[in-house]
Design a protein around this ligand. Structure first.
Ligand SMILES: [Fe+2]
Ligand SMILES: [Fe+2]
Length: 154
């Protein structure tokens, strides 16, 4: 179902994984791809941090659930830091390519953690109705959210 929170998150993950592949492969407009990644990542992490994670923490009121959320928040923070470090770089520089590779690895690792641990637990323990309700809130917020930062590379 389209409004299901878990499906929405997975769809975003798929999209960003493809963009990261484009960013680190030889072809295409890197500036444009990075701009898309930044927008996707900022929006996605915003939805998770303000809606999905708090709901998850509440519904799965266990130490394990809380720890998974903390780990995820820390990973968001690291991804954000790498994105910030790309600011001002030239797309044809070794620094740019190196940081993009780390960005890709970090995001892929984070997505794997969410999809292998966090989301299956949510699917098992949060009711379908509740997941749809969370999904609806995320969908609405997604339409209204404007990412703040825009990376400038040349
Ligand atoms: Fe995610
Ligand atoms: Fe996340």
């Amino acid at each position: 179902m389209a409004d299901d929170a878990i499906q929405m998150l997975k769809d975003d993950h798929k999209k960003v994984k493809q963009l990261l592949k484009d960013l680190t492969s030889g072809s295409g407009d890197k500036k444009e791809t990075l701009r898309k990644i930044e927008k996707e990542v900022q929006t996605h992490t915003h939805l998770e941090e303000t809606i999905f994670y708090p709901a998850y923490r509440k519904e799965l009121d266990t130490i394990e659930g809380k720890d998974l959320v903390e780990e995820s928040l820390e990973e968001h923070h690291l991804v954000d830091k790498i994105l910030e470090d790309l600011n001002g770089l030239k797309v044809d520089s070794a620094e740019f390519r190196g940081r993009c590779t780390v960005l890709k690895e970090m995001i892929e690792h984070h997505i794997k953690d969410e999809e292998k641990e966090m989301l299956p637990k949510a699917e098992k323990q949060i009711s379908k109705t509740k997941l749809e309700e969370i999904g609806k809130r995320m969908k609405q917020e997604k339409q209204e959210f404007k990412p703040e930062r825009v990376i400038k590379v040349s």
